[in-house]
Design a protein around this ligand. Structure first.
Ligand code: ADP
Ligand code: MG
Length: 334
């Protein structure tokens, strides 16, 4: 597709997140329905062009477990990212509509996310060896493309396919919108909260949190807006990810207030580091395999936590792989 804004007809809004808003659109010349994500980027033209270049990597991502990419373009002051439209929406919306998700479906979600993550890291290795090295050096202190796994980034369609979207393929994009991301951080692993490097295993933590949220039908951490400030001073200095790249100017009062709000929100994350990890509860309600898998995702020490590839061999996942549960029929019920 040679995407131009004037060829895209707005149909309806799909949602608003911290990173921007998403609309269902029609690419009129080809009658293709797409999801168009609009991200406001407050950065110099050179940075915006760099983001656009980095996003082109997405053209090489082809997997049943990854939302397809149609293209991205600048539409001042926004960057527009066009991707496959998932007609059943994201899993957060689904569980909020139909309640806690059947654990058999949750296992298939885990399988899809692990397959998607494993695919991305394999692609990453290829890219890293190739011409895209610079991208990973500019990414926020990481060598892997960060991918925020959370229910709103796991999409479902009426064919019963489950796919991940919104992974941090562009280091510059991550830098530019980092200051407007607020909500996502509650899915962050203890090591990331403490400022350590992002690894594949950070995604596994976020997956564990997301699976509990889906199976229980609620976010597993208590409402963090009631700031508990305990034990936080020790993290104060290490909370922000190291960002070697020059940041876009952010001087307005609104932005400063947003930053403050974000900092307060982060302040309440001490419990992720200090409290025991959440679990699939009550004990005995779910299978031992499911409990064990989730516990394994939520090991606080990233050194003992498994990688997505290793977790694909877990018996709960192998069991899900061989199940004949009909996701298409499931998706037709809502
Ligand atoms: P967040 O993921 O933080 O909720 P986003 O801006 O990424 O914020 O997305 C907003 C909402 O738009 C999501 O919650 C999701 O329900 C919906 N959405 C995003 N991408 C798609 C897509 N490709 N197809 C259908 N719905 C989507
Ligand atoms: Mg999203």
């Amino acid at each position: 597709y040679d995407l131009r804004d004037e060829d895209l007809k707005d149909l309806n809004e799909l949602g608003q997140g911290n990173g921007g808003s998403v609309k269902r659109v029609e690419h009129v010349p080809t009658h293709t329905i797409m999801a168009k994500k609009i991200v406001l980027i407050d950065a110099k033209p050179s940075v915006r062009k760099q983001i656009l270049r980095e996003l082109q990597i997405m053209h090489n991502c082809h997997s049943d477990y990854i939302v397809s990419f149609y293209g991205a373009f600048l539409s001042d002051p926004n960057i527009c990212i066009c991707m496959e439209f998932a007609d059943k929406g994201s899993l957060d919306g689904i569980y909020k509509r139909i309640g806690a998700i059947d654990i058999e479906v949750v296992a298939l979600v885990a399988l899809a996310v692990l397959e998607g993550l494993t695919y991305l890291y394999d692609v990453h290795r290829i890219i890293h060896r190739g011409m895209r090295l610079v991208l990973y050096l500019t990414a926020s202190g990481t060598h892997l493309p960060p991918l925020d796994i959370k229910p709103s980034n796991i999409l479902c369609n009426s064919k019963g396919q489950i796919k991940i979207c919104d992974f941090g393929v562009s280091g510059e994009l991550i830098n530019s919108i980092a200051d407007t991301f607020v909500g996502t951080s509650t899915y962050m692993s203890p090591e990331r909260i403490q400022g350590a490097q992002y690894t594949v295993k950070s995604d596994v933590w976020s997956l564990g949190i997301s699976l509990i949220e889906l199976a229980l039908g609620r976010f597993p951490f208590a409402d963090s807006s009631s700031d508990d400030d305990s034990d936080l001073s020790e993290f104060e200095g290490t909370l922000s990810p190291s960002r070697p790249m020059e940041l876009p100017p952010s001087k307005s009062k609104k932005e400063r207030d947003e930053k403050k709000a974000k900092k307060n929100k982060r302040k309440s994350k001490g419990h992720i580091v200090n409290e025991p990890a959440p679990r699939l509860t009550p004990e005995g309600r779910f299978s031992r395999m499911a409990e064990e898998f989730v516990d394994g995702c939520l090991l606080k020490d990233p050194d003992v936590r498994k990688t997505p590839k290793e977790l694909l061999q877990h018996e709960w996942i192998l069991h899900a792989k061989s199940s004949n549960f009909d996701l298409e029929a499931w998706a037709s019920t809502f």
